[in-house]
Each structure stands twice: as C-alpha cells, then as structure tokens.
Design a protein around this ligand. Structure first.
Ligand code: HEC
Length: 509
C-alpha cells in the first residue's frame, strides 16, 4: 500500500443525532428506562423495598434480576420469573419454576404484584422480589414496556445465533475473521449461540459485496472500516448510527467518521493523533521550527482536518505555525519555491498527502534533501522504492502499529489457522488487524454471558484495559476513549543496496 493512500475521494458529512429505540413508543421508552435503570422523570422517584429496607429502584432495577430480555434466569437458588407478556398472561394456571402455581395476570393484578408482592391468587411472592412504589403513570409505562419486552431484543440476536457484519470490501479480511469464527462455532459457540459473519461495504465498486443499507438485522460490526454516517432525515443509512463497530482498522476513515459516530471502538488512533505525535517528534528530535520547516499540502477532506489540527496544536503550545504551501501541480511556482527553500536551508518538509515519490524526485532535481515526514495508514511495503541515497534516514512516517508489536505465539496461532483454512501464510497487515478485531469481539462477548445486548457490549468494551491480541499494541477503552491503542510509531527509512528498509526511531503516545 502506498503512502499516497491519503489521496482518497472526499466525503460529505452531515450533522447527526442519536435516536435510540426509535421503534418504541414514548410510553414504552419510559417503561424501558424504569425496567433497565429504575429511574423516571417523576419527582417522587421510584422506591424499592426489600427485607424492610427502602432504596432507590436504580439500585435494584427489574432487569438486574429478570434479565434485560425479561426471561429471568436462575441465580443463587431463586428464579426471577419470566416477565414476557405471553408468560404472564397464559390463560391457564401456570406452574412456575419455583413450584408456585398461579392464575394468569391482568394489568391490575400485575401492578399489584409489582407494588405489593402478591400474585393474582393473593399469594405472597418470594422475598427476593422487591416491592416497588411508583406513580400510576410510571406503572402504566412499565406495563406498556412489559407487553412488548419479548420483541425488544437487539437486532441480530436470536436464541441460537448472533449475526455480525464486517464493513469492508476486502475478501481476505472477511475470510480470516470467518475462519476464526468457525473455530469458535465448532467449539460450541458462545453461550449457546453461533456467530455468523456477513460482509457489507459502505463505499465499494465491488458489486458482489452487499451494500451497507442491507445491514438491518445485525448486532454489531467487527473489524473493517468505521461507518461514515449521514443522519439527514432522508438518509437510508441513518439506522447505522445505533450499531456498534468493534475493532475497526482503518485510521483514514476514523478521521472522517469520529465526529458523528461514537459507537466505533477502533483499534488505532486516527490520523489527527498521528500527525500531532509526528509534530512532537519533529520539533523535539529534528529541532523543527518555523525557520527551517515547511508544510506541503494538497487539498482534501482529511488533509484539511490534519492541517487544522496541526495549526490548532501549534497555537495551544504557543508555537509559531509553520509556513504552508499548497501544491496543486509540480509546476514552476513550486520549482521556484524549492530552490528558495534549498537556499534558505530549510531542512524539514511536513507532507500532507503529496505523492511522495514525485516529491522526492522533485526535491532531488532541485538539489534539496530535506527530512520528509508524513502519516501512513500502514507500513509502506514498497521497499524497492528508488529514493536517492541522500534521502537515507531522512524519510519518517508515523504509523499506528508495526511488525515489532506482534508476538511470536500469536503469529504461530495465525499460521495454524492459515494452514487449516487455506489462508495466506504471509498475511497482510490488514488481515492480522482483522483477526485482532474478531478476537477482541469474541473475548468481550465471553465476559458478558448469555444475556447479551448492544449496551452491555459497549459497557464491557469501556471497561477493557490493556487487552492483548498479540498482533497489535495492547488495547484500552473507556467511557471517553474509543481508540484502543494511541501509540504512534515513528519509522525512519534507511536506503540500502536493495531499496529502503524501515527502522523504528521512536514510540510516541
Ligand atoms: C432483586 C431481584 C429482583 C428485582 C430487582 C425484581 N424482581 Fe421481580 N421477581 C424476582 C424473583 C426472585 C421473583 C420470583 C418470586 C416468586 O416466585 O415468588 C420475581 C417475581 C416477579 C413477578 C411475579 C411473576 C409471576 O409469574 O408470578 C413479577 C410480575 C415481577 N417479579 C416483576 C418485577 C418488576 C416489574 C421489577 C422491576 C420494577 C422486578 N420484578 C424487580 C426478583 C426480582
């Protein structure tokens, strides 16, 4: 992959609002909040009473015992009942798991059960079921929600299947993730569910991959590119804003998608972070200053953002900004500039998406050999690249990961997987990043258990610290942190007999 990858088409981002639970009526949404969080807008609040002690219901929300799906799972010898409407109103006496028999509930007797702890036949419920005091309006909202709780599973989850998607048109990324999932599924899946992976693409010319607008019934995206979401009322892809993306791998798209899509738990830092760490490196290690440094820049959606953040960062640090030169073409204007800079002893070029091979050629033709620094999506693989020897140790790139971040045991696991599923023995970086993403996803699901929701997925990710996949730097997320690794590796190109080889100069964080 070439450094000039930054020269992508530009996308237009539109403002965006999160609309959770859009399929629920307002009453059902309020009821869901009472059920899952124990809170409402009522001034008196909701009180739970258990063994004589009163406490806010937020300490003991219904969902914490009956499950977010309402089906109730046994715990510590007691069995919180199945609260789905079908189970509560079955038109014959029901023998509950606890052994208690009772008649079907009506709305009135259900309200009584919740507030007074007696079933339709007047039998006391077990003390493990708290008694709740709430307003009539809250009770009616709660019951409205209980009537449809069995239809409120997050999309993509059924009794025996979790459907996930990858947003990428690269078949090799799909294959490596599907191979890993096959191993998981053959070992019984996760808590009784198999996982199936479907490939979609948001931006693709490959018509054999499904368009992203078809991703209606999936639980989460894993790996691939983050989504770039338009939330215009008319947008067909607005629904995507509610779907989490776990372990996305493409820093170029992070830079575009971040402002509007915060369900994206990326593996790496975006290009803005990378360019700032590169700036730190340049000022501290190469003594860059306005006197000796210029920024070469080509207009583009991402490049504009990078330039903006560089300038804001300089201001924040009370530094003079560097001279900026826009390059449209390699013409006489630029030629004159290069000659001037060579004469003025400018030593450093910060390169915002200029074709590097052309830049190097053009500088050499003008007898100018500055340090050239830029951000990269991946390690450049063009070791055969013909830069003159005078540029040895002068080309520096920032990259979010590199070979040295991999461990040998993990690579051995990859090779075993590759042998079994006929994957390449020499995987691309993106293949290994995709594998990291699916490992991140399945390991997080293991910590959640059977009662799986998107909300729980996000909560579990937010509490993940230093998670090691063995292929990329350790991953940490939190409430405010969506970049798994914020490390930036500064690599310097050394010109040898057989082309350029890249050496690690510094790790910035
Ligand atoms: C601390 C755990 C806990 C919490 C919190 C809790 N429940 Fe229960 N609930 C139980 C248990 C245990 C039972 C079974 C009692 C029995 O079988 O006698 C039960 C039984 C019930 C029943 C009776 C069902 C039947 O078939 O007879 C209803 C209705 C109910 N809960 C509704 C709720 C609602 C609504 C909330 C929230 C406002 C809630 N529960 C919160 C533990 C809990």
């Amino acid at each position: 992959m070439k450094l000039s990858l930054l020269a992508f088409a530009a996308f237009c981002l539109l403002s965006f609002q999160l609309t959770a639970d859009s399929d629920l009526t307002p009453a059902q949404q309020r009821g869901k909040r009472i059920y899952t969080e124990g809170t409402s807008d009522d001034a008196q609040g909701i009180t739970a009473r258990m063994s004589g002690a009163a406490m806010p219901a937020s300490v003991l929300p219904c969902g914490s015992c009956h499950g977010t799906d309402g089906r109730g799972r046994p715990e510590g010898g007691v069995t919180p009942s199945d609260l789905t409407w079908a189970a509560l109103t079955r038109p014959y006496a029901t023998q509950l798991q606890s052994g208690r028999k009772r008649s079907p509930y009506t709305e009135a007797s259900l309200a009584r059960a919740i507030s007074e702890g007696v079933d339709p036949d007047g039998e006391e419920l077990h003390v493990a079921m708290p008694r709740f005091e709430m307003s009539e309006a809250d009770m009616s909202d709660l019951i409205a929600y209980l009537k449809m709780i069995d239809q409120d599973d997050d999309p993509g989850i059924s009794d025996d299947l979790i459907r996930i998607g990858v947003n990428s048109d690269a078949i090799s990324q799909y294959r490596v993730m599907a191979a890993y999932l096959d191993l998981v599924n053959q070992a019984g899946g996760l808590y009784g569910r198999k996982i199936s992976l479907i490939q979609y693409a948001q931006f693709s010319f490959n018509t054999s991959v499904r368009p992203i607008s078809m991703a209606k019934n999936i639980f989460s995206f894993v790996g691939g590119d983050p989504l770039v979401i338009s939330t215009k009322e008319t947008s067909k892809t607005k629904f995507l804003a509610e779907i989490p993306s776990v372990g996305t791998i493409n820093p170029y798209f992070y830079t575009l998608s971040r402002p509007t899509y915060n369900q994206d738990f990326s593996l790496f830092a975006d290009l803005k972070t990378q360019i700032l760490r590169l700036w730190d490196y340049t000022t501290t290690q190469l003594s860059a200053s306005p006197a000796n440094t210029v920024i070469l820049y080509k207009r583009g959606r991402v490049q504009d953002l990078l330039l903006e953040s560089l300038q804001a960062y300089a201001k924040e640090n009370e530094k003079q900004p560097f001279e900026v030169q826009e390059v449209i073409e390699w013409d006489d204007t630029i030629r004159t500039k290069f000659a001037e800079w060579a004469k003025d002893d400018k030593k450093i070029v910060i390169d915002l998406s200029i074709n590097k091979e052309e830049l190097v050629e053009f500088a050499a033709a003008n007898n100018w050999y500055p340090h050239i620094i830029s951000v990269a999506l991946l390690m450049p693989s063009y070791s055969e690249w013909e830069a003159p020897k005078a540029f040895s140790q002068k080309i520096h790139i920032a990259t979010p990961t590199w070979e040295g971040a991999r461990d040998t045991a993990a690579m051995a696991n990859y090779r075993a997987l590759a042998a079994r599923y006929d994957l390449p023995q020499n995987p691309s970086e993106n293949d290994l990043h995709s594998l990291s993403a699916i490992i991140l996803f399945t390991e997080t699901l293991k910590t959640i258990g059977r009662d799986l929701t998107r909300e729980k997925l996000i909560q579990s990710l937010e509490s993940l610290r230093n998670f090691k996949t063995g292929f990329v730097p350790p991953l940490t997320y939190s409430l405010n942190r969506r970049e798994g690794s914020r490390k930036v590796y500064i690599m310097t190109g050394e010109k040898g007999e057989s082309g350029i080889s890249w050496k690690l100069s510094q790790v910035m964080e």
